[in-house]
Design a protein around this ligand. Structure first.
Ligand SMILES: Nc1nc2c(ncn2[C@@H]2O[C@H](COP(=O)(O)OP(=O)(O)OP(=O)(O)O)[C@@H](O)[C@H]2O)c(=O)[nH]1
Ligand SMILES: [Zn+2]
Ligand SMILES: [Zn+2]
Length: 285
């Protein structure tokens, strides 16, 4: 489940009904047969030792829908479980000297186009494997395979981000060899993927000049969680009023050390600098 928007992946072991309204005037018998499929390593351990003690002298009047504390508890548990798996994935990558990057963006910023281009440009340099995340279709994985690299498609259904367990499964299928480059194309969404560690070396935001200069200010968490911005579609600049310097200034406002490289996945402009960044990461930077 997504800790931000409450979305639930089709196969996620979470039952949204577990989060249903409870108004605090219920009888609280908590039989809890746990027939629902939610994660069982959450920190509150029934019967009822969770952080509010039910003596019910809280100052507020319980007119809220009662979800906040339960949601927070569940969200913390989900993220903790995710982070444990992400650490396992990261360890596996480290053992294989695999460089793994998590490409995040809003829908249509150009992630798959960039991947196609990279596969062509770097084919002779290293093995590239791709984990493709989309809500539906295998369209992007098909594009990657046509471009000449192996890919695994993950469909998240109603879910709006990849999580570490999904990536672990995909990586198991891809079996990266020593020194491979694993590129994870996250679901197009600038919000929720910021929260989920996938065991990657770094998150890279693909932003495009058609989205406006204000994206870093409007979605600061994503820009803070990332190490690099690829500002894509610069071939379109002559047709737009987009101000690159303003975008860079906005990015630095929310994350002062954030690097920004201007590129065009379509024409290849600027990609050498991106490849140099990749090679410097290989060297342990
Ligand atoms: N002009 C221009 N168009 C681009 C560039 N990169 C991608 N596009 C176009 O932008 C559209 C979306 O590109 P994709 O690569 O599918 O974007 P994506 O980020 O993978 O999209 P989702 O997977 O749906 O989030 C396509 O029509 C691409 O041809 C670029 O550098 N310049
Ligand atoms: Zn979400
Ligand atoms: Zn794509």
């Amino acid at each position: 489940m997504c800790a931000t928007c409450g979305c639930v992946a089709d196969d996620a072991p979470i039952d949204a009904s577990a989060l249903g309204d409870h108004s605090h005037d219920h009888s609280h018998d908590h039989r809890h047969d746990h027939s629902h499929g939610h994660l069982h390593d959450h920190p509150h351990d029934h019967p009822h030792d969770h952080p509010h003690d039910h003596s019910h002298d809280h100052p507020h009047d319980h007119s809220h829908d009662g979800q906040t504390l339960r949601e927070l508890t569940l969200q913390t548990a989900i993220l903790a479980k995710n982070d444990r798996i992400a650490e396992r994935v990261r360890r596996h990558f480290r053992q294989q000297n695999v460089l793994a990057l998590n490409l995040v963006s809003s829908p249509g910023a150009g992630k798959t186009t960039l991947l196609e281009r990279m596969i062509g440009d770097l084919r002779n340099e290293r093995t590239i494997l791709v984990v493709e995340g989309d809500q539906a279709t295998s369209a992007d994985a098909d594009r990657i395979e046509r471009a000449g690299a192996r890919a695994v498609q993950i469909n998240t259904g109603t879910g709006c981000h990849l999580d570490a367990a999904m990536v672990e499964g995909a990586v198991r299928a891809l079996e990266p060899t020593q020194d491979a480059l694993v590129l994870i194309e996250n679901v197009g969404n600038l919000v929720c993927p910021a929260l989920f560690d996938l065991g990657e070396h770094a998150k890279v935001v693909v932003a495009s000049v058609t989205e406006g200069e204000d994206k870093p200010l409007k979605y600061p968490h994503m820009f803070r969680a990332s190490s690099l911005v690829l500002l894509n579609k610069i071939d379109l600049l002559p047709h737009l009023s987009f101000d690159v310097a303003r975008f860079v200034a906005n990015a630095k406002l929310v994350h002062p050390h954030l690097e920004v490289l201007a590129v065009s996945a379509l024409t290849g402009a600027g990609l050498e600098a991106w490849y140099a960044w990749l090679r410097s990461r290989d060297a342990g930077a």
